[in-house]
Every structure is written in structure tokens, then in C-alpha cells.
Ligand binder design. Structure first.
Ligand code: CMC
Length: 430
């Protein structure tokens, strides 16, 4: 590889491929013309070495444990900023001025109600439906209610759709929760900030006043910041792929929610807490560590490991601090699950298997404990992740739609099935 070309040699032929630098991070070998030049595809299932797009939104250095939104370290945003400011940053590329922030907060706040008829969608679900199933259905259904923001070629409509989704996602998530627990829906309140309004919609009931605890609201807001974007992960790539066909943004976000649901992705926070409950006490940890290391056992320590972070997940560090703040505020001193979590972390971080494979706790390891302390059932955990990640999905979707070189995503394959053969009538088949 020279400074800006890589040489590919196959047999007695060779080709020069352009090498493109990023502003930071690894260069990429541009193989867009490879098939035309060589008749070969590349093969990279799971995209472990493939950059699927060019993006200026989020940067991760997995070896250093760095996460930047538009260049700003996640630690600084979580410590000094708030979620809606991070949303503005992800969408527009810069932190807002005071006037820009006020205007953005106002526009989000005044889009939080959903079309009244949409509430009928919720009642169509079984009471025991998983809230993520409700989210996939109802977010997709937004495209049936907001026709005036589905023309993706119109920049104004794109922005209105973006604001609508950031604004309405907490309302939809809270309604999914209320329906799940059999309580009446609570309407949004415009005098509350984004996180407080969400907690109010989830935990207020009509028969008494509910005062939002500012420490818990700050923790909720921080959880939203930490989950807001994470470059080209599975659900974001799903949103981009769905959007590449020209599908409307509401449908694309519903696709992202479906992908996020899986336990290897957003479903891991729910799975991690279920695992901690299953382990139950500190003395059973060695048994589970042994299972995680056993090649013949499919069990994995949920909340450990990450495709990109091969060092401590920076979000996990902030989340760990937030967990302690929430538990202290609520006066939870003896949480057996927290004891199991702390001990498990200690043992795993000192175990040869986990050290060698660079398996560190990820954000989901701690977020589950915090969300449980805030009062959410485990089935809501991934819903909260979806709520927070919506802005990342939208920012990435917008970036893609606004890229003049954008075309439909259409991966190819290494075909290993039967070669062409002739149809046989059923009487002749053996
Ligand atoms: N427990 C035990 N062993 C593990 C674990 C784990 N949690 N994660 C990976 N390994 C082992 C795995 O068995 C493999 O071993 P070997 O090389 O001997 O076959 C090696 O580590 C590499 O695993 P991999 O599956 O090839 O790694 P990956 O990069 O494809 O997977 C992962 C990343 C996150 C899917 C995986 O670590 C995992 O399943 N973790 C548990 C689920 C989880 O916590 N997911 C949340 C991710 S963070 C939230 C998000 O961004 O969505």
C-alpha cells in the first residue's frame, strides 16, 4: 500500500485501488470499482473490515475507548450538556447558541403530542405484548398519520419528520409502558424538560400529584445522551439500508427499532439484568464464568464484549457513576443484583479468558441496574434505548439522503447453492 493507493494482485494481474483518509481513524481502501475491474466481489460477513458509508457524525476508537459526537467526547457532553443539546449537535453538526437551543427545545416540546387516533393502536395490542413489539408497530404507523412529512426530497419535510420523531418517541414509549401495566395514558407536559416529561408520562397517575425527582431526571437525560448515537451499528445500518430505497423516515426508524430488539444489540440491557437475576448471588458467579468460557455452552455473559470497543466502553464508565448516583438518591444500599454485578465485573476483569479476548463490561451492563432502580420493568429497557437512539438514526438517515452520491444499498453474495438445473415433474423426483 503506497500513500494513497493499495495494490491488489491476483495471479499475474494487479490493480491499483484508491486509499481514502478519514479526518481521524483508519483509512479505507475504496473498492467501489473492484467488481468492474476484476470480476470479483469482496467477502466480509458481519462487516468486520468494511466501511459501509462516509459519515461525519460519530467517531469511535475501540482500542482507546473513545466516543465522539461531532468531535465532542461523550464524557464532556454527559457531564456538561443535556440530551436535546446533543440532539441538535448530532442533527446540525454544531452545538447550538442560546437562541438556537431555545428555538430547538421549543420546537421539540411543541411536537410531543401524538394524533389522538393513534391511541387506538395501543389498545389493539394484547396487554402482555412486549413494549418493543408495540414500538415497532406504532412508530411505523406514524407514517399513516403524518403524510405531510414523508416526502424525503423536501428538506423542510425531512426536518419536520426528524423533530416529530425526537418529540413523539417519549410519548409513544410512555404509552407502550402505560398500556403494558394497565394504567391510563398520561399526556405530555410542556412545562417539563425532555427527561422529566418522559418520567412524568411513565410514572404519574391521574389520582395524585407526581413530582419528578431532578436527580433521577438528570440520570435519565444522561442515559439518553449516552445512547444517542454509535456510528454504523446494526440498527443504524438497518435504518440507512431501509432509507436507501427511498422509504419514508418513520418506516426506516421502525426498521431500526426491530433490529435494535435483538439480544446481541439493544436487547442486551434486558438480557444482562435477566442474567444477573438468574445468577442471583455472588457465590454462583464462578459457575456462570465457567459456562461463559465453555466452548460447548452457548451462554455468554450479557453486557460484556463489544464489536468495536476492545478497551473499556467509555459509556459504561459514565453509566457506572450514574448508577451509583441513582442508587444513593433512592437510598438503595443493599441491592443483591448490584452486588452480583460488581463482583462479576471484578472477576471477569481479572480472568485470563476475558483479558485475552478484550471483553470488558459495556453500557448495557450498568444501564439495566439503573433503569430498574428508576422503576422500569426489564421489558422497557430496550424501548428506552430506542427512544434515545432515534436522534442518531435520524441524523444518519438525513446525512445519507442528503449525500448526492447516495444510491440504494445492495450487497452481493458468495453463492454456494446448486448450479442451474432443470425442473422435474413430481412423478420423476426421488
Ligand atoms: N461472554 C463470553 N464470551 C464472549 C462474549 C461474552 N459476552 N462476547 C464474546 N465472547 C467470545 C466469543 O465466544 C468469541 O470467542 P472465540 O474467539 O473463542 O470463538 C470471542 O469472544 C469473540 O466473540 P465474537 O462473537 O466473534 O465477537 P463479536 O464482535 O462478533 O461480538 C458482541 C460482539 C457484543 C455481539 C458479543 O461480545 C456479545 O454477544 N456480547 C454479549 C451481548 C451484549 O452485551 N451486547 C451488547 C453490545 S453493546 C450495546 C450495543 O451497542 O448494542
Amino acid at each position: 500500500m503506497s500513500d494513497n493507493t493499495a495494490k491488489l494482485t491476483m495471479g499475474d494481474k494487479s490493480w491499483d485501488l484508491k486509499v481514502r483518509p478519514g479526518s481521524i481513524g483508519p483509512d479505507v481502501v475504496d473498492i467501489a470499482s473492484l467488481y468492474a475491474q476484476t470480476g470479483c466481489f469482496t467477502y466480509d460477513p458481519g462487516f468486520t473490515s468494511t466501511a459501509s458509508c462516509e459519515s461525519a457524525i460519530t467517531y469511535i476508537d475501540g482500542d482507546e475507548g473513545t466516543l465522539l459526537y461531532r468531535g465532542y467526547p461523550i464524557e464532556q457532553l454527559a457531564e456538561h450538556g443535556d440530551f436535546l443539546e446533543s440532539c441538535y449537535l448530532l442533527l446540525y453538526g454544531e452545538l447550538p447558541t442560546k437562541a438556537q437551543k431555545d428555538d430547538f427545545v421549543h420546537r421539540v416540546t411543541y411536537h410531543t403530542m401524538i394524533h389522538e387516533q393513534m391511541s387506538r393502536f395501543f389498545t389493539g395490542f394484547r396487554r402482555d405484548a412486549h413494549p418493543m413489539a408495540i414500538m415497532v408497530g406504532t412508530v411505523g404507523a406514524l407514517s399513516a398519520f403524518y403524510h405531510d412529512s414523508t416526502d424525503i426530497s423536501d428538506p423542510h419535510q425531512r426536518m419536520v419528520a426528524s423533530l416529530r420523531m425526537i418529540a413523539k418517541m417519549p410519548t409513544i414509549a410512555a404509552m407502550a409502558y402505560k398500556y403494558h401495566v394497565g394504567q391510563p395514558f398520561v399526556y405530555p407536559r410542556n412545562d417539563l424538560d425532555y427527561a422529566s416529561n418522559f418520567l412524568h408520562m411513565c410514572f404519574a397517575v391521574p389520582c395524585e400529584e407526581y413530582k419528578v425527582n431532578p436527580v433521577l431526571a438528570r440520570a435519565m437525560d444522561r442515559i439518553f445522551i449516552l445512547h444517542a448515537d454509535h456510528e454504523q451499528n446494526a440498527s443504524t445500518s438497518t435504518v440507512r439500508l431501509a432509507g436507501s430505497s427511498g422509504a419514508n423516515p418513520f418506516a426506516c426508524i421502525a426498521a431500526g427499532i426491530a433490529c435494535l430488539w435483538g439480544p446481541a444489540h439493544g436487547g442486551a440491557n434486558e438480557a444482562a439484568l435477566n442474567m444477573l437475576s438468574e445468577i442471583g448471588s455472588v457465590d454462583r458467579i464462578p459457575e456462570y464464568i465457567a459456562r461463559a468460557k465453555d466452548k460447548n455452552d452457548p451462554f455468554r455473559l450479557m453486557g460484556f464484549g463489544h464489536r468495536v470497543y476492545k478497551n473499556y466502553d467509555p459509556r459504561a464508565r459514565i453509566m457506572q457513576k450514574t448508577t451509583h448516583e441513582v442508587l444513593a438518591e433512592l437510598g438503595i444500599r443493599d441491592d443483591p443484583l448490584l452486588d452480583v454485578a460488581m463482583e462479576l465485573e471484578k472477576i471477569a476483569l481479572n480472568d485470563e479468558y476475558f483479558i485475552e479476548k478484550k471483553l470488558y463490561p459495556n453500557i448495557d451492563f450498568y444501564s439495566g441496574i439503573t433503569l430498574r432502580a428508576l422503576g422500569f420493568p426489564t421489558t422497557m429497557f430496550t424501548v428506552l434505548f430506542a427512544l434515545a437512539r432515534t436522534v442518531g438514526w435520524i441524523a444518519q438517515w438525513k446525512e445519507m439522503v442528503e449525500d448526492p452520491s447516495q444510491k440504494i444499498g445492495r450487497p452481493r453474495q458468495l453463492y454456494t447453492g446448486a448450479a442451474q438445473r432443470d425442473y422435474l415433474p413430481v412423478s420423476q423426483r426421488r
